[in-house]
Design a protein around this ligand. Structure first.
Ligand code: AMP
Length: 230
């Protein structure tokens, strides 16, 4: 059995989470979002949550060691044997190096970078709401906020992420260009790396993502599962 081991890269607000979730659903593999794991920990008030809360609220990165430990444990579970979609990890060169070690005996990583200009990201992130119950992202940009107070999927309350205000978003973008962009260079020479335009409508991004992943997988000699199991 061939595994699709997908890594989604891109700045905050690029649409990684939404696209990763849909892709994972269609291909029947788990989406692993380090941001979601950390937010759940903060909400539950666990020791991990207490450790990372302030760092996240400032828009900074939690330590490589901590986040790598979380991902190592998660990728050790049997549900990732047929593949996974990683969203929000890695974000630094040491994290990317650690990931290579973790997956050394698996099918090659298929890495896709979603590119979106900074000003578009600030605009998007300010309009983003997230469901308090199921974590679904909703874009409220340009609409009356009272129209989007409940989650379409589960009826849960929609809230603004505490790190989605303009000052924090700008800090997250600064951190992105400083720490994460150099990490993309780490992957960009590989045959299983491709960048796609994330500034086009979501359906077009989805098609580009599926095309990029399946194209790279085939080129790497992997037989690609048909997908569309949604
Ligand atoms: P995200 O939802 O991916 O934007 O992540 C939200 C926040 O969680 C980030 O701004 C960081 O504070 C933290 N975080 C998530 N993933 C990582 C990671 N791979 N390395 C360091 N910090 C992370």
């Amino acid at each position: 059995m061939v595994a699709l081991n997908v890594v989604m890269l891109g700045p905050p607000g690029a649409g990684k989470g939404t696209q990763a979730e849909r892709f994972a659903r269609e291909y029947g593999i788990p989406k692993i979002s380090t941001g979601d794991i950390l937010r759940e920990a903060v909400q539950s008030g666990s020791e991990l949550g207490r450790t990372v809360k302030a760092v996240m609220e400032r828009g900074e990165l939690v330590s490589d060691q901590l986040i790598t430990g979380i991902v190592r444990e998660r990728l050790g579970r049997p549900d990732v044997n047929d593949g996974f979609v990683l969203d929000g990890f890695p974000r630094t060169v040491p994290q990317a190096q650690a990931l290579d070690g973790i997956v050394a005996d698996r099918d090659p990583l298929i890495v896709v970078e979603m590119q979106v200009p900074d000003e578009e990201l600030v605009r998007r992130v300010q309009g983003r709401r997230v469901c308090k119950v199921c974590g679904t992202n909703v874009s409220a940009f340009g609409t009356d906020p009272s129209q989007v107070s409940r989650c379409e999927k589960c009826g849960g309350e929609l809230v603004t992420r505490s790190d989605d205000n303009e000052a924090v978003v700008r800090e997250r973008l600064r951190v992105y260009w400083r720490d994460t962009r150099p990490m993309i260079e780490y992957y960009s020479g590989r045959p299983t790396f491709r960048a796609i335009d994330g500034a086009v409508p979501p359906e077009q991004v989805r098609q580009a993502l599926v095309g990029a992943v399946t194209g790279m997988a085939r080129a790497a000699g992997l037989s690609v599962p048909p997908g569309a199991r949604a």
